[in-house]
Design a protein around this ligand. Structure first.
Ligand code: FE
Length: 211
């Protein structure tokens, strides 16, 4: 994701129409998830940083500056959730295509193939206790699956996120009720944007080269 400007932050437009992910994710879910939940994180963040030392920082910097501390927990939660959601929308694509070839090789090397990756990613998403996120990340040139709780985000963990699934109940409850495994399976099978993942991988490589 491009390094953003400082606040006040805006809710970025979705990369597709609200109905474009149906039937895997309904327009009603997207309307609520994006239009209410994501919007609220952005609006709340703007309220919280107004007049503070965070007001002139880009989103990534606010997240890095507030992670782990008690004092700015609310700012971290809203900033990280704003970032995570924008990233998540880009990880989803209607009628997503095959895995791009460059990443397929990496999935072979680091997981033993796309099938094994899907299994590991699905387990991380399904087993994430309570609210959180499952991620495919690149850490020091190796692909890993991790999960984070609540607003947790890999950008504070020395890892470059490539793909994510939001497994907060607000992401699936209207369409799947409590059946999180069905939601996760449907997203993995139908919506993962591997082109986006590959673009993130290229960026991670460029950053390592520049370091
Ligand atoms: Fe969410």
């Amino acid at each position: 994701m491009a390094k953003g400007k400082a606040g006040p932050f805006e809710l970025p437009p979705l990369p597709w129409d609200e109905s474009a992910l149906a039937p895997t994710i309904s327009a009603r879910t997207i309307s609520l998830h994006y239009g209410k939940h994501h919007r609220t994180y952005v609006e709340k963040l703007n309220e919280l940083v107004a007049g503070t030392q965070f007001a002139d920082m880009p989103l990534e910097k606010i997240i890095a500056a507030t992670v782990g501390g008690e004092d700015n927990r609310k700012i971290f939660n809203n900033a990280a959730q704003a970032w995570n959601h924008t990233f998540f929308w880009n990880c989803l694509k209607p009628r997503a295509g095959k895995t791009p070839r460059a990443i397929e090789k990496r999935l072979d090397d680091d997981f033993g193939g796309i099938g094994k990756f899907n299994e590991e990613f699905s387990n991380a998403a399904v087993e994430c206790f309570g609210s959180g996120w499952a991620w495919l990340v690149d850490r020091n040139g190796k692909l890993e699956v991790i999960s984070t709780s609540n607003a947790g985000t890999p950008i504070t963990m020395g890892a470059t996120p490539l793909l994510t699934i939001d497994v907060w109940e607000h992401a699936y409850y209207l369409d799947y009720e409590n059946r999180r495994p069905e939601f996760v399976k449907a997203v993995i099978e139908n919506l993962l944007n591997w082109t986006w993942a590959e673009e993130q991988l290229d960026k991670a490589k460029d950053l390592r080269r520049a370091a």
